[in-house]
Design a protein around this ligand. Structure first.
Ligand SMILES: NC(=O)c1ccc[n+]([C@@H]2O[C@H](COP(=O)([O-])OP(=O)(O)OC[C@H]3O[C@@H](n4cnc5c(N)ncnc54)[C@H](O)[C@@H]3O)[C@@H](O)[C@H]2O)c1
Length: 313
């Protein structure tokens, strides 16, 4: 798969930096816009083919300058779920207004644009009553879910009104190499590995029976690259997950086993305001049928790969 000139928003973040690594040998040039609010510039590979802008996606002048050149946009920049409950305004400004602005500017100035890929989230399912949850379901209870879901709608509006070439992927609990603890909002897998490696008790919010659908970074990257090219993906929304539920106690046990940690204790903590979801697994039939994408990594294998990377770091 070849990509020409690509814009990756949020390219210094966990997923963005891994995506840039994947795109580098396949692209002519990569522009990154990231305000480093949670991202880390050191995660971006060094290359003459990369231009990094330490800026917000709401910088209109910058968008107008870059977009005429760009053929692919991967829009990953976002404020995370934890922040969204503390500062709803900031969530709105980046996740909805910033995304809308990018769509609007890309429509006007992105005359060479071939595809706009938006990374949405399984958080739009809330506490889903149907499991594994298909794309048709939604339950919006947190600001983050509202802004991400609304941005999906604007993507679809642009597709239907202007034939704007969008594809939306709903990602679920991505983990793996590149997930940095320096991001205070990093996911549960990175936090558990950190505690296990230090021999400290594994911190769990609630009783640990809540489940999540964990997706390995390599599988997620394959889905992102495929979505950038596949003609059937135009105007579509796809779940990206495994369809498998794992509860948080099981996850902690796997990490203790893989690290050989002495941290045989779990420290149960009161639930946070964002801990509303009891069960999660995504129905991935649609992406399997349309794009022939399936996850290749079991959770155990993905965790082993993550640990290998952590030891090398
Ligand atoms: N990691 C997951 O498990 C997961 C799950 C579902 C969806 N997603 C989606 O994937 C995308 C990437 O998530 P991630 O895990 O890499 O998060 P991340 O926090 O590591 O990366 C987000 C990046 O966006 C940057 N950013 C934030 N606001 C910005 C702004 N206004 N302008 C420019 N840059 C800005 C941050 O500095 C950061 O580098 C997000 O859109 C997120 O909603 C991730």
């Amino acid at each position: 798969m070849e990509f020409g000139k690509v814009l990756v928003t949020g390219g210094a973040g966990f997923l963005g930096s891994q995506l840039v690594k994947k795109l580098l040998p396949r692209s002519e040039h990569i522009y990154i816009i990231d305000d480093l609010s949670t991202g880390n510039q050191n995660s971006i590979p060094k290359s003459e083919k990369i231009t990094f802008y330490h800026e917000s996606i709401t910088n209109e002048e910058l968008l107008e300058k870059i977009l005429p050149e760009v053929e692919w946009i991967y829009h990953l920049a976002c404020r995370n779920i934890l922040l969204s409950v503390v500062d709803i305004e900031e969530d709105f400004q980046t996740n909805l207004y910033g995304g809308y602005l990018l769509l609007q500017k890309a429509k006007t100035h992105g005359l060479k644009l071939k595809r706009f890929i938006y990374t949405s989230t399984a958080s739009v399912y809330g506490n889903a009553s149907i499991l594994p949850t298909p794309e048709s379901h939604y339950e919006i209870t947190l600001p983050y879910s509202a802004s991400k879901f609304s941005m999906e709608h604007y993507c679809q509006v642009f597709y239907h009104m202007h034939n704007f070439p969008v594809t939306i992927l709903r990602l679920s609990n991505v983990y793996g190499p590149g997930q940095l603890l320096s991001n205070p909002y990093c996911g549960v897998v990175a936090k558990f590995f950190d505690a296990a490696q230090k021999g400290e008790p594994i911190p769990i919010y609630g009783d640990g029976t809540q489940t999540r659908d964990f997706t390995f970074i390599e599988d997620t990257m394959d889905a992102l690259l495929l979505a950038g090219h596949h003609v059937d993906a135009l105007g579509q929304i796809y779940n990206v997950g495994t369809g498998i539920e794992t509860n948080i106690n099981q996850l902690a046990k796997m990490i203790i086993q893989i690290t050989g940690s002495k941290a045989d204790q779990i420290q149960y903590k009161p639930k946070r305001i964002i801990d509303k979801v009891y069960r999660r697994s995504l129905n991935i039939n649609k992406i399997q049928e349309d794009l022939q994408w399936s996850p290749q990594f079991t959770l155990y294998k993905g965790l082993q790969e993550t640990y290998k990377w952590l030891k090398e770091e």
